[in-house]
Design a protein around this ligand. Structure first.
Ligand SMILES: [Fe+2]
Length: 227
């Protein structure tokens, strides 16, 4: 087993032979950003389901009403999905969504720009418009520690442009959002990810989910899947 310390976490490679170097995270050490460790939350679901939910904008107005979305502005506009073959990562870019309150620092609604990135089957980042600095993107890391195939601790790390909010407030905002996702995640049936074609019907707004499942299938991921 190989253990690496990076970005405030310990990364474990059970086989001892990593396929590639740990993913880059330049925002972790960029000047002007605040790094806030939101700690981990236990969730009774597969880590793959956890990541897929993180990548899904379609649930914002329903699950995160008044924060990350609002009925009737429910449409997920078309966005671009690509695979970075050299880094073996998936990207969703040119995503946008109207959000009543995108972050702790937000004081008004905003058409927020998003990008998503999957670096490992159970590690993903999202980049979104930084409310205090509209030309910059905040970064949020989701790093999943599986305890078994149906139980995880999901860690959340913020790399934010925010000079005013307290650390407690930033963590509390994130926990509010996460607390809204947790019961949805835990009611997923099955708890593991079905990867066989047609198991769950994708729609246009699920382009990232489709790409994620295909990427998992291509690399032969089985841990946390329906077999
Ligand atoms: Fe959510």
């Amino acid at each position: 087993m190989l253990v690496l310390e990076a970005y405030g976490y310990l990364w474990v490679c059970p086989s001892g032979q990593p396929r590639k170097a740990l993913f880059a995270f330049p925002e972790f050490s960029q000047d002007g950003r605040r790094i806030v460790d939101c700690d981990g939350i236990g969730v009774s679901v597969s880590g793959l389901r956890m990541v897929e939910n993180f990548l899904d904008m379609g649930h914002f107005p329903y699950v995160h009403a008044s924060y990350l979305g609002e009925v009737p502005q429910t449409e997920v506009a078309k966005y671009d999905v690509s695979v970075d073959e050299s880094a073996d990562e998936i990207w969703a870019t040119n995503c946008r969504f109207y959000q009543p309150r995108t972050s702790k620092a937000a004081t008004t609604g905003l058409e927020v720009q998003y990008a998503y990135r999957v670096m490992q089957p159970m590690s993903a980042m999202l980049y979104k418009t930084a409310f205090p600095r509209p030309g910059e993107m905040d970064a949020i890391g989701l790093f999943v520690q599986p305890h078994d195939e149906d139980h995880i601790t999901a860690y959340c790390l913020l790399s934010y442009f925010d000079d005013t909010s307290t650390e407690t407030d930033l963590i509390a905002f994130q926990h509010t959002i996460f607390g809204q996702d947790k019961p949805i995640l835990e009611s997923q049936v099955p708890k593991r990810m079905p990867l066989q074609l047609g198991a769950e019907m994708p729609t246009r707004c699920d382009a990232m989910s489709v790409a994620y499942r295909r990427w998992l299938s291509t690399r032969g991921t089985s841990y946390g899947t329906v077999r």
